[in-house]
Design a protein around this ligand. Structure first.
Ligand code: ATP
Length: 236
């Protein structure tokens, strides 16, 4: 059974119809890259899956359960997490306090101290900065914090919107190692990326969206090798 099965999604901003029958699926413990040029509909797709669009139709099954009737916070509670492009950490709070927010949003009975210790082991950069204010962290560190906060309640799947954007290369590589480790521990990832090469090296499969429609699906290796398709659909 797929971890995420999306069927015939349509979505609108006001009267503007931006997703036109988007269907795809993601298997458990898989990393899938959703790519496409600016404005193609990537963010809208994951916002629809997360339940954040005011007007949308279609079916989304998550871990065997139909979730379109659920609000975003209910989707989060059943194990679907989302890291938006504009990393929304709380700048006036410390790293530790930001991490606690990720636990508050969950209704799972998780030991706070143990969860923070565990996440600090996974993110050594955060471990050194637990009592530092969010606002004093670099953009890349804030992104790591946003990811850590999404992970702390142990979701089954994480939707990530351009996690590598504006981050220095060394941190991007670190993030790649982390995503592989997450996948190996059983977490499923859907990765929206402009950094196509990086995303394809991480993912096993690639899906291309263009003008609100899925136009291509293949193994990442096949898309990596196909410069024509990349130029046609992935150029910024
Ligand atoms: P980008 O990488 O530039 O964010 P994207 O593939 O994520 O691109 P979306 O953000 O999903 O694309 O946008 C899809 C379409 O919806 C675009 O035509 C965009 O202009 C439009 N759109 C996005 N957000 C809004 C909004 N809040 N109101 C109206 N139209 C929007």
């Amino acid at each position: 059974m797929a971890m995420l099965e999306v069927k015939k999604l349509n979505a609108w901003y006001g009267a503007s119809h931006v997703l036109h029958g988007v269907s795809f699926s993601v298997e458990p413990s898989e990393i899938v890259a959703l790519v496409g040029r600016n404005g193609a509909g990537k963010t809208t797709t994951i916002r629809t899956v997360m339940g954040l669009m005011q007007r949308a139709s279609g079916d989304v099954a998550f871990d065997g359960r139909e979730i379109m009737p659920l609000a975003a916070h209910e989707r989060f509670r059943i194990g679907l997490a989302y890291v938006p492009e504009e990393r929304r950490i709380v700048p006036g709070l410390t790293v530790r306090e930001n991490l606690k927010l990720g636990l508050l949003a969950s209704d799972r009975d998780i030991n706070e101290r143990a969860a923070i210790d565990e996440i600090a082991e996974i993110f050594p950069r955060l471990k050194e900065r637990l009592d530092q204010q969010g606002s004093t962290m670099s953009g890349g560190e804030q992104q790591m914090l946003a990811i850590a906060r999404a992970m702390i309640a142990k979701p089954k799947m994480i939707l990530l919107d351009e996690p590598s954007e504006g981050i220095m290369p060394v941190l991007v590589e670190e993030m790649g190692v982390l995503f592989r480790r997450l996948r190996d521990s059983g977490v499923t990832l859907l990765l929206v990326e402009q950094n196509v090469e990086w995303a394809l090296r991480l993912a096993s499969r690639a899906i291309i969206i263009d003008q609100g429609e899925i136009v291509y699906e293949s193994s990442s290796a096949a898309l990596l090798a196909d410069k024509d398709i990349q130029d046609r659909y992935c150029a910024v």
